[in-house]
Design a binder for this molecule. Sequence first.
Ligand SMILES: [Zn+2]
Length: 90
Amino acid sequence: MSDDVIRVGDLVVVVKGHPCCGNAEFVGKLFKVEQIGTFECECHDCGRVFSSETVFSSWSFRELGSLVKKIKPLDENVEDAVLVPEVVGV
Ligand SMILES: [Zn+2]
């Protein structure tokens, strides 16, 4: 599936620094989207407030939608995984 639309409940990761000052302290942070809207989102580094962009928010963290990427469902490939239980000491 190439469905990159981010919806509530999706797991996303911050992949880019802020467009204002390049602050990348949260690059690599994973969070689950609980709300989507145009919430105010302040840069922790330079203090710029973004107020007209789509923002993805969890209960404790929010980030500009343009800086995050959706993570594919982590169980997507479980059926393809080769799970060989190792039998020890029978
Ligand atoms: Zn900034």
